[in-house]
Design a protein around this ligand. Structure first.
Ligand code: 13P
Length: 263
């Protein structure tokens, strides 16, 4: 059984002071939510502060990006080695990195390799644009992002995949649970082909894109969807807690009564 995974991607929001306040507003209650992996991904400058605050709790830490080199003359960049002392996860290939900063599948591939080599667990983001979706090219785009992104990478359990349709990010127009489940099933099938069935069945595949406390049940109640990568709603302590609590409650219900096809 895959443990549900709820991660907050704070993007370029919160000063260190605000980050501290946000964590303090949810720490105790989030810590107590069981059987859900809870991850916060603040900006780089708050990683140290948040790491200190999370010490001794069940909440894990992630970064939002990194360079693929270990060290060197890359002014302004953060390396996997630096992150390895601070956090367990790193978001890679986010569509905002691909779109605004020109990250190609080849760069994403280098970053995933470097993350794994430095004991970081990548949260690999994939997703199609609206035009691609409307042209029926979703599977082609995501198939390419996966095969190129994971090229020459040995099968590993240390990976999380997030399906984030670009048209759903920050738009308030989330995909439907069923739509997301269809694509996530395709992602899992692709992982079976690229790697193997055993690992593909164990990996968590999340949905991301306008997830809120009002629609999380729609996603998490789909057996294929193992959690969410939450942007805007992760910046409000109450909303994020609500999302994590609902994920825990629904997946527990499934544990006690297996869904069709999962018995
Ligand atoms: P929103 O939840 O704000 O749509 O962002 C989703 C996202 O990009 C998470 O990585």
């Amino acid at each position: 059984m895959r443990i549900p995974f709820i991660a907050g991607n704070w993007k370029m929001n919160t000063t260190a002071t605000q980050a501290e306040e946000l964590v303090q507003n949810m720490l105790d209650r989030l810590d107590k939510i069981e059987d859900v992996e809870k991850v916060l991904c603040p900006p780089f400058v708050s990683l140290v502060t948040v790491k200190e605050l999370l010490k001794g709790s069940s909440i894990k830490l992630g970064a939002q990006n990194m360079h693929f080199e270990i060290k060197g003359a890359y002014t302004g960049e953060i390396s996997p080695l630096m992150l390895s002392e601070l956090c367990e996860f790193v978001i890679l290939g986010h569509s905002e990195r691909r779109g605004y900063f020109g990250e190609t599948d080849e760069i994403v591939n280098k970053k995933i390799k470097a993350a794994l080599q430095n004991k970081l667990k990548p949260i690999l983001c994939v997703g199609e644009r609206l035009e691609e979706n409307e042209a029926g090219r979703t599977k082609t785009v995501i198939g390419r992002q996966l095969s190129q992104g994971l090229k020459n990478i040995e099968p590993t359990h240390n990976l999380v995949v997030a399906y984030e349709p670009i048209w759903a990010i920050g738009s308030g127009k989330a995909a439907s649970g069923e739509q997301a489940a269809v694509t996530i099933r395709f992602i899992r099938d692709t992982l079976v082909k690229l790697w193997n069935k055993e690992i593909a069945q164990d990996l968590r595949i999340l949905y991301g894109g306008s997830v809120t406390s009002h629609n999380i049940t729609e996603f998490i109640s789909q057996p294929e969807i193992d959690g969410a990568l939450v942007g805007g709603s992760s910046l409000k302590a109450g909303d994020f807690l609500d999302i994590a609590n609902q994920a825990a409650a629904i997946k527990h219900r499934h544990l006690s009564s297996p869904l069709k096809g999962e018995e």
